[in-house]
Design a protein around this ligand. Structure first.
Ligand SMILES: [Fe+2]
Length: 301
């Protein structure tokens, strides 16, 4: 098999919301310019496809979705999309995204799978835990928390239905290394990256249950996530979790995976226009970039 590659980017937050601050400045107002720069840059890497690990949009406006659809349709590289909490917050937003971005959701669903050469990919949506502990596809309408500033009280889970779906996928593809994309990470932010005032988006409520399924898989399981707006990597048994920073917030980077028969090389890249990252950076919060072990490494498969 000839080496091949794919790219992961995350948390585009395309939209027209005013800029905010998470761990660095969230540049929603220029998210389209940033994404256009990413598209221009990524062509030179010739990936087989791009995975976006959630938070595609930050908008309530149907016109903005149409604009995003045009940008996606202009892309010559196949796109595999995943919903994040911002994409799954209301029925209206969910349905609009599935309809508008249908090329990125091949089965017309937020949860789907595909095989590419020697890897099996599972894209799984997260569900919301409401204040009364019931589980739903959308956010608790009574929970008026501004997701731009804090995730306090917001919790996400893999529903029983999606756990069963993953279990079956793993059973049916025992000979494949699996790449599972879930917006909300399974492993928390490592201490090496924490800093004073660091905001934590929170891990999946039933991460242990998901990990038990992955630990039982006879092959390597790579978990791709976003949500935290920072780069970090955690290895535990046969699981490697790669959490990638947001494209709308410092360090404004993406990952490239070069896949061989026995290994995957992972590298992290910034955009050709460094001024976006400079505009977003709040000095002192550079740790969100992660360290070498979080950014450039090899996974044996
Ligand atoms: Fe996000």
């Amino acid at each position: 098999m000839k080496k091949w590659s794919f790219v992961q980017c995350s948390d585009l937050h395309l939209g027209n919301n005013p800029d905010g601050v998470w761990n660095n400045r969230v540049l929603t107002s220029i998210s389209f310019d940033i994404f256009q720069c990413f598209i221009k840059d990524v062509v030179s890497y010739s990936p087989d496809f791009i995975i976006v690990t959630g938070d595609i949009c930050s908008c309530d406006d149907d016109m903005v979705s149409e604009k995003i659809k045009d940008v996606f349709n202009s892309l010559k590289i196949p796109l595999y999309l995943l919903g994040g909490n911002h994409d799954l917050s209301t029925h209206q937003i969910r349905e609009r995204e599935l309809k508008c971005f249908s090329t990125g959701f091949p089965d017309g669903k937020f949860t789907y799978a595909f095989t590419h050469k020697n890897l099996r990919f599972c894209m799984i949506e997260v569900s919301w835990v409401w204040r009364d502990s019931t589980i739903h596809a959308i956010r608790d309408p009574d929970h008026n928390v501004n997701m731009k500033e804090s995730h306090t009280g917001l919790r996400w889970v893999l529903s029983k239905e999606h756990l069963l779906w993953l279990e079956n996928e793993l059973k049916e593809h025992q000979n494949y290394p699996i790449v599972v994309s879930i917006h909300t990470p399974l492993f928390p932010i490592p201490n090496r990256i924490m800093f004073e005032g660091c905001l934590d988006g929170g891990v999946l409520v039933n991460a242990k249950e998901v990990l038990e399924l992955l630990y039982n898989h006879p092959q390597i399981c790579i978990v791709l996530s976003g949500h935290m707006h920072m780069n970090y990597t955690v290895r535990e048994q046969n699981v490697v979790q790669i959490t990638t920073s947001a494209l709308c917030e410092y360090p404004i980077e993406f990952r490239r995976f070069i896949v061989d028969e026995d290994k995957i090389e992972v590298c992290t890249f910034g955009l050709s226009n460094p001024s976006f990252a400079q505009q977003s950076l709040i000095p002192g919060n550079e740790k969100v970039r992660g360290f070498l072990e979080d950014r450039d490494f090899v996974i044996k498969i």
